[in-house]
Design a protein around this ligand. Structure first.
Ligand SMILES: Cc1cc2nc3c(=O)[nH]c(=O)nc-3n(C[C@H](O)[C@H](O)[C@H](O)COP(=O)(O)O)c2cc1C
Ligand SMILES: C=C(O[C@@H]1CC(C(=O)O)=C[C@@H](OP(=O)(O)O)[C@H]1O)C(=O)O
Length: 421
């Protein structure tokens, strides 16, 4: 059969047709729409099995975590992220159909004229693009003379819609014992050395704190640094570590470049606005070590009847597959591009005169919020892979398939300890 015929006949089958076709195999798909100061954001999430109990309060809980964080701009204090569940959920349970949810923007009345979808608004174009934001490149690419036509969609407001999808993905993963949390490990010049992997309870304890850093003295230093940057109208970046516990062995695959889970996770994390580097496990540290010190030795526990490891330098991934150990990833965020004291040199696109970038309401830093978005992206990748591996139209079928896989591996108890397989 020639390739064209095969493509038409089996549009959703197999990776034999290469990367583009492989992406069609995505089990969990989601799409967001909406501008930062538009009427609202919409997310459509497809592929979630039927029968998952999910409430508006649970989704709101995740959105509330994303709004938190010392150093965020004024919007996060009044933004309510009002939800409307438009489809795919009935009486608190998923139907297996696409889930559509709207997040209304609290500020819409104020922005209605500026952001009107109809002709007629006569607002002054923003013509002094901010270096480091999407403004200039987006204007050149799309042929706009107003940076607002770019920044409205480039804005990380969009991550609120991702987090709605992530809340559902996390709830689904919890059905097979996976939990995902994040914590801030550096902010500006202040960083902490994570010597021992935190446990879910450690991170749950700090979840409502301003910075989500489990070293309180470092947190105070971070807050002081943010205050100092705010005072001079500057911004800060930093890093958040995301940990997923209870991930079963064997999500992802070594057989194709685009099925390797580290690649999928890195892509998902790099897609977050302002993320400029992603690390899996001790990736950076081990690059300068000897091989004999860089890997996670394997042992056999004859009482437990299972393999185990005493280290997790690989961050829970080997050969593009999850090892069953905690998944550890770090996302590094650059300092935000919008400054309250605009000093970044730019050019006015209308006059070509040298100037400084325009000033727009902004966060001083958003590292704790980014951590929550990073959790979301990890959850969506893991759920996609889990649904691919275990399948099922209903949650009970998905869990049944997962349980029989774990049983076949020979040991279920030790899995929860993370370093056992
Ligand atoms: C949660 C979150 C909040 C952000 N808030 C701001 C902000 O207030 N001001 C700003 O200039 N950039 C902010 N950013 C980053 C910009 O959206 C990002 O730099 C811009 O879209 C350009 O993309 P790039 O940095 O990936 O090249 C934020 C990012 C995240 C994840
Ligand atoms: C609105 C959010 O983040 C925004 C992300 C953002 C940017 O440039 O990315 C700029 C700011 O926008 P605004 O001027 O509306 O306050 C942030 O507040 C949000 O996270 O919900």
């Amino acid at each position: 059969m020639n390739l064209e015929v095969a493509r038409r006949r089996y549009p959703l089958r197999g990776n034999t047709f290469g990367a583009r076709q492989a992406r069609l195999l995505t089990m969990i798909r989601f799409l967001t729409a909406g501008e930062s100061h538009g009427q609202g954001l919409v997310v459509v999430l497809e592929g979630v099995p039927a029968g998952l109990a999910i409430s508006e309060a649970e989704i709101q809980g995740e959105l509330g975590r994303r709004r938190l964080g010392f150093g965020r701009g004024p919007r996060m204090r009044f933004e309510k992220d009002e939800l409307t569940l438009l489809g795919g959920i009935r009486h608190g349970r998923t139907l297996g159909s696409p889930i559509a949810i709207e997040i209304h923007n609290s500020e819409w009345p104020k922005w209605q004229e500026e952001m009107s979808p109809s002709l007629g608004a006569t607002t002054k174009p923003l013509s002094t693009p901010r270096p480091g934001h999407a403004d200039l490149t987006g204007m050149l690419k799309y042929g706009f003379d107003d940076a607002r036509d770019v920044l409205e969609r480039a804005s990380a407001r969009e991550t609120a819609a991702r987090v709605v999808a992530g809340a559902i993905a996390k709830k689904m993963l919890a059905e097979i014992g996976v939990s995902i949390l994040s914590h801030v490990i550096s902010l500006g010049q202040v960083s902490l050395l994570v010597e021992e992997l935190p446990q879910p309870k450690d991170l749950a304890e700090i979840d409502a704190s301003e910075i989500r850093c489990f070293d309180r003295s470092k947190e105070e230093l971070m807050i002081a640094e943010i205050k100092a940057a705010a005072k001079v109208g500057d911004s800060l970046g930093g890093a958040a570590q995301v940990v997923a516990w209870g991930v079963p062995v064997g999500l992802g695959s070594h057989v194709h470049w685009d099925r390797r889970i580290d690649g999928l996770l890195a892509h998902a994390l790099m897609s977050i606005q302002a993320i400029k580097a992603v690390e899996i496990g001790d990736g950076i540290e081990v690059s300068s070590k000897l091989g004999s010190q860089a890997h996670d030795a394997v042992f056999w526990d004859s009482q437990e009847n299972s393999y185990y490891r005493t280290t997790d330098r690989a961050g829970g991934v080997e050969g593009g597959m999850t090892t069953g150990a905690p998944l550890i990833m770090t996302a590094y965020m650059k300092p935000l591009a919008t400054l309250n004291r605009p000093v970044l040199e730019t050019v006015d696109v209308a006059t070509k005169q040298a100037t400084v970038s325009f000033k727009e309401r902004t966060d001083v830093t958003a590292v704790p919020a980014m951590g929550v978005v990073a959790e979301t992206m990890v959850a969506l990748v893991l759920l996609d892979e889990a649904v691919r591996k275990f399948g099922g139209d209903s949650v009970s079928e998905f869990v049944r398939n997962y349980s029989s896989y774990v049983q076949a591996l020979g040991n279920t108890d030790s899995k929860s300890q993370g370093t056992h397989l």
